[in-house]
Write a protein that binds this ligand. Structure first.
Ligand SMILES: Cc1cc2nc3c(=O)[nH]c(=O)nc-3n(C[C@H](O)[C@H](O)[C@H](O)COP(=O)(O)OP(=O)(O)OC[C@H]3O[C@@H](n4cnc5c(N)ncnc54)[C@H](O)[C@@H]3O)c2cc1C
Ligand SMILES: *[C@@H]1O[C@H](CO)[C@@H](O)[C@H](O)[C@H]1NC(C)=O
Ligand SMILES: *[C@@H]1O[C@H](CO)[C@@H](O)[C@H](O)[C@H]1NC(C)=O
Ligand SMILES: *[C@@H]1O[C@H](CO)[C@@H](O)[C@H](O)[C@H]1NC(C)=O
Ligand SMILES: *[C@@H]1O[C@H](CO)[C@@H](O)[C@H](O)[C@H]1NC(C)=O
Ligand SMILES: *[C@@H]1O[C@H](CO)[C@@H](O)[C@H](O)[C@H]1NC(C)=O
Ligand SMILES: *[C@@H]1O[C@H](CO)[C@@H](O)[C@H](O)[C@H]1NC(C)=O
Ligand SMILES: *[C@@H]1O[C@H](CO)[C@@H](O)[C@H](O)[C@H]1NC(C)=O
Ligand SMILES: *[C@@H]1O[C@H](CO)[C@@H](O)[C@H](O)[C@H]1NC(C)=O
Length: 613
């Protein structure tokens, strides 16, 4: 179009330029599909890990291709992915049931293998397929894990730069925190307490802020949780201490317009605006990593596929895989890196026999209780067609009101003695290996609209110490086929015991003065019929869901460790020029929501890459 409208002499001029000028004239922040191209770095996956690494390397002057299977969620899922309240209602496609509704522009539509420990259910496992990856569909809570968990990681990989106090600079580098807007929050009973020293005012582009509206139902559940012995933390949940406390936590929301702040809206938009050396390939799937014939082999690029058109993007320096916990191990395996037996079965030529690829999937589970309550909630207020337009206007006018608000509160604890005294000796011994600051349960309140505009209050417990391990494998040699995911929940009896105790603790929450003030009628879920340990465990097996924090399938570790896939700098063992930078390299669940840690992890490895260059 542009070319044919140019005067002939200009066309001639362009045609007489060399290839590099040609590309410069038509340069764009988007790659040209179908045309082989070369960059210093090729990054696969524009989720949390990939967006951070790609924009940091481009900012540093390197040329970077960023390959992403999805497009812009602001276009393809519109304000369902942008407006915070809609992250709880509008992203219906995250439904874990087998009968979920597909949203192929946004979600990979992964379905797990049947889970023997969970009533043989198959679970739909939503994973963002869009610029921003799962940060475009997540619930936006921002917090960090306990100090001892990062210490365990540092010791495991023999690299103390992973200890919390050393990692803190990368947590700070990735984001900036806005203090709560108390006027907009308009609440005297959802007190924000935090440690400003855990953030840096000149930190990175990710926006972290407190909701500009507080859900009344959550204030009551938070009060009930306080009543069972978990007072508000004096530091908040970003300083490495969580156990024994609750906190009104911030979310990845831009406080100025109350839009979701994703890896795309923060890091990538920044890089796009700066017209840096970044070339983004949207709707493009990496299908194989290419290697040269040197020894050890060096990754030289990737084969990609844009809507059926195949071409090669080459890397002068490194290929970086950030395709997430399910697709990163899949891409390694179809490219010849993984357990030899698996690759042999699929007739994939072996590059490196790395038995840990796809193994050790750690996927903590959650269990919930729900009751009818007398209080209102974001969903009931906005679900009412008479009042909803006013709330939309309030949201558009000053970024406040129920639409501006997502999850808000969390609590963490070690299960108290009276709830753990029946644990078997094996379970007690296993738990005893975790330091006191490592939470065994986290509690999340939520509220939903019920029949006749009533409100349903729910409490969810999730258990970050998952002894059960699953795995990811391949069903063919092609990325076009989904990976096979064995979640294997509750296969370890200790996990079942912990889940039952956590459930009883949730009942305890609903048995407080605060909860009794707002609770209406009989328990909705699971209901008073569920009482004995056997009944509770059956309920757990039938209803347990994921908390969407899967990790471990390309675990970091030390050279020579059978299970390790990458070293503490994300470099894949046995080859050159190849890293994995995403949640899959965490060898175990960090006891917290994961995004904050993945942003920091990617900042850290981006620095490693720059230093190696
Ligand atoms: C429903 C849900 C709710 C969550 N809630 C929270 C929360 O409240 N707080 C929190 O801290 N964390 C939350 N998380 C977790 C958090 O979002 C993830 O930990 C984080 O996004 C992981 O980052 P990642 O880089 O590993 O993967 P992702 O962010 O998922 O990025 C992977 C990217 O790779 C792309 N990709 C995959 N394969 C290919 C390929 N072959 N070619 C090209 N591109 C490819 C994908 O499309 C995707 O964009 C939630 C997650 C989900 C799914
Ligand atoms: C899914 O739908 C099928 C057919 O409608 C039904 O048999 C099955 O029970 C449903 N499964 C779940 C988990 O709802
Ligand atoms: C602030 O809260 C009070 C008490 O709940 C309520 O009456 C008032 O409308 C709220 N103000 C705004 C601006 O939302
Ligand atoms: C907190 O304040 C809000 C607004 O005034 C009110 O609706 C809610 O019931 C209060 N919660 C508690 C626990 O007092
Ligand atoms: C983009 O530019 C802004 C200032 O305009 C700067 O703060 C930021 O670091 C740059 N980011 C990238 C990724 O280039
Ligand atoms: C979401 O987008 C639709 C279509 O533009 C609009 O009608 C609606 O008001 C938006 N919702 C909010 C909460 O902004
Ligand atoms: C411990 O086991 C006994 C006997 O089965 C049971 O009555 C009791 O409720 C259990 N206690 C807890 C806290 O689970
Ligand atoms: C909803 O309200 C209608 C009419 O008042 C009533 O008949 C119905 O039973 C109510 N449903 C529930 C679930 O409360
Ligand atoms: C899984 O991780 C544990 C430690 O967290 C380790 O002992 C074990 O060897 C790993 N197993 C596999 C198959 O990778």
């Amino acid at each position: 179009m542009l070319r044919s409208s140019l005067p002939f002499f200009l066309l001639f001029l362009i045609a007489s330029f060399g290839e590099s000028q040609h590309q410069q004239l038509f340069s764009s922040v988007f790659g040209y599909p179908g045309v082989d191209a070369s960059y210093d770095y090729v990054v696969v996956g524009a989720g949390v890990g990939g967006s951070v690494v790609a924009s940091r390397l481009a900012e540093d002057g390197a040329s970077v291709a960023l390959v992403e299977a999805g497009g812009f969620y602001e276009v393809e899922n519109s304000n369902r992915s942008v407006v915070p309240l809609l992250s709880l209602t509008g992203i219906a496609f995250i439904d874990p049931s087998e009968n979920f509704t597909q949203q192929p522009l946004m979600d990979w539509g992964l379905l797990s293998e049947p889970i023997p420990g969970a009533a043989n259910r198959r679970v739909h496992y939503a994973q963002g397929k869009t610029l921003g990856g799962s940060s475009a569909i997540n619930t936006m809570s921002y917090l960090r894990g306990s100090k001892s968990s990062y210490q365990r990681l540092a010791d495991m990989v023999d690299d103390q730069s992973w200890a919390f106090d050393n990692l803190l600079k990368y947590f700070k580098k990735s984001c900036q925190l806005a203090p709560p807007n108390l006027e907009k929050r308009n609440s005297t009973n959802a007190t924000v307490i935090y440690d400003p020293a855990a953030f840096d005012p000149s930190g990175g582009p990710l926006q972290v802020s407190w909701n500009n509206w507080v859900d009344p139902t959550l204030t009551w559940i938070a009060k009930a949780i306080e009543e069972i012995g978990l007072p508000l933390s004096s530091k908040g949940f970003s300083s490495g201490e969580l156990v024994g406390h609750g906190a009104w936590i911030p979310s990845t929301i831009d406080p100025t317009n109350a839009h979701r702040s994703s890896a795309e809206s923060s890091f990538l938009q920044n890089a796009i605006r700066n017209s840096s050396n970044l070339a983004i390939y949207t709707h493009t799937q990496a299908t194989r990593i290419l290697f040269d014939s040197s020894s050890p082999p060096k990754a030289t690029g990737v084969i990609v596929n844009t809507q059926g058109v195949e071409y090669i993007i080459s890397a002068f320096k490194e290929v970086i895989i950030s395709a997430g916990t399910f697709h990163s191990p899949q891409l390694l395996m179809v490219s010849g890196i993984g357990p030899k037996a698996t690759l042999d079965t699929r007739v994939i030529p072996l590059i490196v026999d790395l038995p840990g690829v796809g193994q050790n999937l750690s996927d903590p589970i959650r269990v919930s209780i729900a009751n009818s309550v007398s209080t209102s909630s974001g969903q009931t207020l906005t679900g009412n067609l008479d009042t909803a337009p006013g709330y939309v206007q309030q949201y558009l006018d000053d970024a406040s009101g129920p639409f501006s608000s997502a999850a808000d509160y969390i609590a963490a604890e070690r299960i108290p003695y009276s709830f753990r005294k029946n644990f078997t000796t094996e379970t007690k011994d296993k738990l005893a290996t975790y330091p006191d600051d490592w939470p065994e349960t986290l509690y999340i309140p939520a509220s939903f609209i019920g029949a006749n505009f009533s409100t349903i209050g729910s409490t969810t417990a999730w258990m970050p110490i998952a002894f059960s391990r699953g795995s990811v494998s391949i069903t063919s040699a092609r990325m076009a086929d989904p990976p096979s995911i064995s979640l294997n929940w509750l296969s370890d009896p200790a996990d079942a015991e912990i889940a039952v105790a956590a459930f009883k603790r949730l009942r305890h929450v609903w048995d407080t003065d605060a909860a009794n003030t707002v609770k209406l009628g009989e328990e909705l879920l699971p209901g008073p019929g569920v009482q004995t340990d056997e009944q509770i465990l059956e309920y757990v097996r039938e209803t347990a869901g994921q908390i969407w924090h899967p990790v471990g399938t390309c675990s970091m570790g030390q050279e020579g460790d059978e299970a390790a896939v990458v070293n503490s700098k994300g470099q894949v063992f046995g080859v050159h020029g190849l890293r994995v930078v995403d949640a899959s390299i965490l060898p175990f669940t960090i006891p917290t929501h994961t995004q904050g840690t993945v942003y920091a992890l990617a900042e850290k490895i981006a620095d490693d890459i720059k230093q190696a260059a």
